[in-house]
Design a protein around this ligand. Structure first.
Ligand SMILES: [Cu+2]
Length: 218
């Protein structure tokens, strides 16, 4: 009995011949992306720890890497949201990379206002109703206090930092900074009612550094 090729194989043979240069381009692109992905995973470490004061753990502390000499980072294309809902700013603290665009939607039925009294430049986005939003690009590093002149109890903080390595501590005071490239850094922590603290640290390839902070009241 003669040996016949499987019908699927036969169909492929009869189909259009793929453009070999397109196939090669796809292959190279795939290899290139794999290399980038792998190198970012392999050559990275992790920083983790807990932020406390004398009374216990501290939620809403921002742990971040200070400016790295000779390095700048492009701002993210994605807009970040700082909401006004239930008569509070959500989140209460927001770390962003320099140049990040932040939207301030109003989700409440009442009017809200967003203004900053200073430090890194005064501004006032005005007073606006439910379903509308205002935007601000944060260009200068530093802490920005946000208030609402309609509701005096409302406040929030945007911390504008010069690296994309930042994280906010959870209810347990813990934090983890992932995918940090190997190197020596100034690891800083900010909390609205505590003194700023900085520690010199070193991250090695595929290693985990444990850094705890004991904060002192301002
Ligand atoms: Cu308000």
């Amino acid at each position: 009995m003669p040996c016949r090729p499987p019908s699927a194989f036969k169909r492929k043979e009869l189909g259009t011949v793929p453009n070999s240069s397109d196939e090669m381009k796809k292959l190279f692109l795939c290899l290139f992306l794999c290399c980038i992905f792998n190198s970012s995973l392999i050559h990275a470490g992790e920083i983790q720890g807990i932020v406390k004061n004398l009374n216990g753990v501290l939620e809403n502390a921002i742990v971040y890497l200070e400016k790295i000499d000779g390095k700048t980072f492009p701002p993210p294309e994605k807009t970040v949201i700082l909401n006004q809902v239930g008569l509070v700013f959500v989140p209460h603290v927001l770390p962003v990379l320099v140049g990040t665009k932040v939207n301030f939607p109003n989700e409440d039925v009442v009017l809200h206002n967003v203004f900053s009294p200073g430090y890194t430049g005064k501004f006032n986005l005005g007073t606006y109703p439910q379903g509308t939003t205002k935007t601000r690009v944060f260009e200068k590093p530093g802490i920005v206090l946000l208030l609402c002149n309609v509701h005096h109890e409302m406040s929030a903080f945007v911390l504008v930092v010069e690296t994309p390595y930042f994280v906010v501590t959870g209810r347990d005071g813990k934090y983890t900074l992932r995918n940090v490239p190997p190197g020596k850094y100034n690891l800083a922590v900010w909390h609205e009612s505590m003194r700023h603290q900085i520690k010199k640290i070193e991250v090695l390839d595929k290693s985990q550094v444990n850094v705890n902070f004991l904060m002192i009241k301002k």
